[in-house]
Design a protein around this ligand. Structure first.
Ligand code: ARG
Ligand code: GLU
Length: 750
């Protein structure tokens, strides 16, 4: 017995040693919960160069950096950079607001926009900025009544009941706040997050797209990068500094904290942290599901989008009107398409599947060595089996998502007529008339950016893939097409488009004159019938088929994370991104993308000029910028005669981190996150610090554009500018514990 124990201990010791070595390498990986930084990350961060206290980063009851970080309309991040509510985010995050204020005469997307006073700022209905008040662990309350042996569905229903009760209570107690209840580690942990929602957020400034979107889709996801991807807004509040809907009487919001902006710049090896709202990641997948993703899902989805993009590209190059209509659709479809391709390459290049399999073998050994984990030693194999079982149904789901949802525009559009058809069948004249008017408006909006011939080309190129893929209980229209044989499909689909009523000259007139008759016509139309059938098949057949598997997977993944935490108690684990506030940290670092290809960490304005192609759709530049470059008129923002533009670092980020502040060792703003480098976009599943890089605009370039190009230097005057690089401001902290306990000085961050 004793001897056996000794062998166990030795085994565990060696395993832990191997594990801690690999842990050292990836120490920069992770999207950490701000309220746990003091406990989990602080000493690591200090070792890497951080000079401020954990409490200055996040505090529940004092002002801290988190009060300057905002969730921008739920999908992006932004930060407050002045005592008057000035908010910085990406150009691509503010894009639809900038677009909504643009007209042919005042084309702010093309020419840029700079409010020269607060009166000139532009209001944006439906835009909000949320600031987190507090993050609280409520796992015990939420999990009360559940047991480890319960099946997923029962457990979920108990959790839902507990959650409802909790939310009701806190909402009644704190009526001014909004609450999110979020689950972490596959339902192992629950956090209650309170936040304040500001709904009067006005547009202050944006560079021309030739700067804010410089390089467009060609440079998207790429390094070296030369994009000034930023825009400026201002948050307003009522006379008591409380959130309020737009009113002329509102005043600029005075934040509890705003970021200091550093013009001291960045150097290789500098500590950086990114504070923001990453959307979603998959860090705990077994190797087998990562393999499914890069071998099955990604190639399949890419192959469908290849076809869509090919059709779009050909048309857009030949026809300027089409290129305007389809620019944003092209950008939307190519964004993930390009990322998926990068994921495949990144997983391959880093040998991720082998590394993950080794880690799984180690986990299994640990389970064998630790008696209480014996029951979990085949967990990964069980997960593998479930994920494998899901592949065929998921392929069908993706076929619908890519073809019926993202691909053929008419298919999505016509689904909107189901209400009209319903009302016509019910015979409610008045409601029918109103619905017809609503649909006419919708149709007019749709037509503005629609090209029917283009859509038909998308349909004949992609619908065949859908028809070939669907095997699970296809509906009658799909079955009939499938039986016809693939050589008949192109003609059949083309006929659908020829016969469809929506694109006929007199459609709107007829719909207005006789909605009941048109409703009947639509109900019998082939595009409508097929699209509705595909939609219902997705929701009634494919989704339910995955729901059961997903629930089982969720239970196993939860067990897996729990077991990992017990097998490797020294390691800190971070939960997958789920649109909650996180901190990532790393260093400004060059990287070797592949054999003999080494990338520097910083780009400059001369690189912007090297890419310049006059008149080009992606690489044109404003004359003013060229003039500033030729005169080297960089003001206080340049460094050694050069104007810094973008830089990369090893911060672990994902979609949703767009617009996040990148802070230096003193917590000062040095960069604005907007992308990742292509070689490392597999970091959503597997982070490798040797090639995973986040891409930021250098704050000095942002200030240079605002001041020198936009002539809006008064905005820079609003900010608190720091001029000393952290390496020169370094104070030797003799007593760390003392410095951590020190109260945050009011306004010490600006
Ligand atoms: N790749 C960046 C992000 O994921 C920027 C996307 C917007 N830019 C573009 N060219 N599509 O979402
Ligand atoms: N552009 C992304 C966004 O909009 C950030 C890039 C990434 O995925 O890391 O959030």
């Amino acid at each position: 017995m004793f001897v056996e124990n000794q062998i166990y201990m030795k085994k565990i010791f060696t395993l832990l040693l191997i594990f801690s070595l690999s842990f050292q390498l990836s120490a920069k990986e992770g999207m950490w919960l701000p309220h746990l930084i003091a406990q989990l990350n602080y000493s690591d961060m200090q070792r890497m160069g951080l000079q401020i206290s954990a409490e200055e980063i996040y505090s529940a009851n004092k002002s801290s950096l988190k009060d300057a970080v905002v969730h921008f309309n739920g999908g992006c991040t932004g930060e407050l950079i002045s005592g008057k509510g000035l908010l910085l985010t990406n150009h691509h995050c503010g894009y639809s607001q900038i677009q909504s204020h643009s007209t042919l005469e005042n084309n702010y997307l093309e020419d840029g926009f700079w409010a020269m006073s607060q009166e000139e700022e532009l209001a944006n209905p439906n835009l909000y900025a949320a600031i987190i008040r507090e993050i609280k662990d409520v796992s015990n309350l939420i999990l009360k009544g559940t047991t480890a042996e319960m099946d997923g569905a029962t457990r979920d229903s108990i959790i839902e009941m507990n959650a409802r009760a909790l939310l009701e209570t806190v909402k009644a107690e704190q009526p001014g706040l909004e609450f999110d209840l979020k689950d972490f580690f596959f339902g192992n942990q629950f956090l209650l997050i309170s936040k304040v929602l500001y709904t009067d957020v006005r547009l202050v400034g944006a560079p021309p797209s030739s700067i804010g979107k410089y390089g467009k889709d060609t440079d998207n996801w790429m390094w070296p990068r030369h994009t000034g991807d930023f825009s400026l807004f201002r948050v307003y509040a009522d006379a008591n500094n409380q959130p309020a809907d737009y009113s002329e009487d509102n005043q600029p919001y005075v934040p509890a904290q705003h970021l200091k902006v550093s013009v001291a710049g960045v150097r290789e090896g500098d500590f950086t942290m990114v504070y923001g709202f990453p959307g979603s990641t998959n860090q705990y997948l077994p190797a087998s599901e990562v393999a499914n993703t890069v071998n099955e899902y990604n190639p399949f989805r890419i192959s469908i989008r290849d076809k869509i993009l090919m059709v779009l590209d050909r048309k857009m190059r030949a026809d300027e009107a089409a290129s305007l209509k389809y620019a944003s659709k092209f950008a939307r479809i190519s964004n993930s398409w390009k990322r998926w391709k990068g994921e495949i390459l990144g997983i391959e290049r880093t040998n991720a599947l082998e590394v993950l399999k080794e880690e799984e073998a180690l986990f299994k050994q640990m389970c064998g060595a630790i008696p209480e984990l014996n029951s979990e030693k085949d967990l990964v194999a069980e997960m593998d089996a479930l994920y494998a079982k899901r592949v065929p149904v998921n392929m069908e789901r993706y076929a619908y998502i890519e073809v019926g949802y993202y691909g053929i525009e008419a298919f999505r559009h016509v689904l909107g007529y189901s209400k009209l058809i319903e009302l016509a069948e019910a015979g409610d004249e008045e409601a029918l008339k109103n619905e017809a008017e609503r649909m006419i408006k919708r149709m007019e909006g749709f037509q503005k950016n629609y090209d029917q011939e283009l859509d038909r080309l998308v349909a004949i190129n992609t619908l065949p893939i859908y028809l070939e893929t669907i095997k699970t209980k296809p509906g009658p229209v799909v079955s009939k097409l499938q039986q016809k044989g693939s050589d008949k499909w192109v003609e059949a689909i083309s006929d659908y488009f020829k016969d469809a009523p929506y694109f006929k000259e007199d459609f709107v007139t007829n719909l207005r004159k006789n909605p009941a008759k048109m409703a009947k016509k639509i109900a019998e139309d082939d595009i409508y019938s097929l699209s509705l059938e595909m939609y219902e098949h997705f929701f009634e057949v494919l989704n339910p088929a995955t729901t059961t598997i997903n629930l089982e997977i969720e239970v196993l993944q939860a067990r897996y994370v729990r077991a990992l935490q017990r097998a490797f108690p020294k390691k800190s684990f971070y939960p997958d991104a789920n649109s909650t506030l996180r901190v990532s940290y790393g260093k400004v670092m060059p990287y070797e993308a592949r054999d003999a290809v080494n990338y520097s960490a910083q780009t400059t304005l001369s690189g912007v000029m090297e890419k310049y192609v006059p008149g080009d759709y992606e690489f044109d530049l404003p004359a003013k910028l060229i003039e500033l470059y030729e005169n080297k008129d960089y003001g206080p923002y340049g460094e050694n005669g050069k104007m810094p533009v973008c830089f990369v670092a090893t911060n672990h980020t994902t979609g949703g981190n767009s617009g996040s502040p990148a802070l230096n060792a003193n917590g000062e703003l040095i960069g604005l996150n907007f992308d990742r480098a292509w070689d490392g976009v597999m970091s959503d599943m597997y982070f490798d610090p040797s090639i995973c890089r986040n891409v930021m605009v250098d704050l000095r370039y942002v200030l240079f554009i605002i001041d020198k190009l936009g002539g809006a230097g008064y905005l820079v005057d609003e900010m608190d500018i720091a001029t000393v690089h952290p390496s020169e401001s370094k104070t030797v902290k003799t007593d760390e514990a003392k410095s951590m306990a020190e109260p945050v000085k009011e306004g010490s961050q600006g």
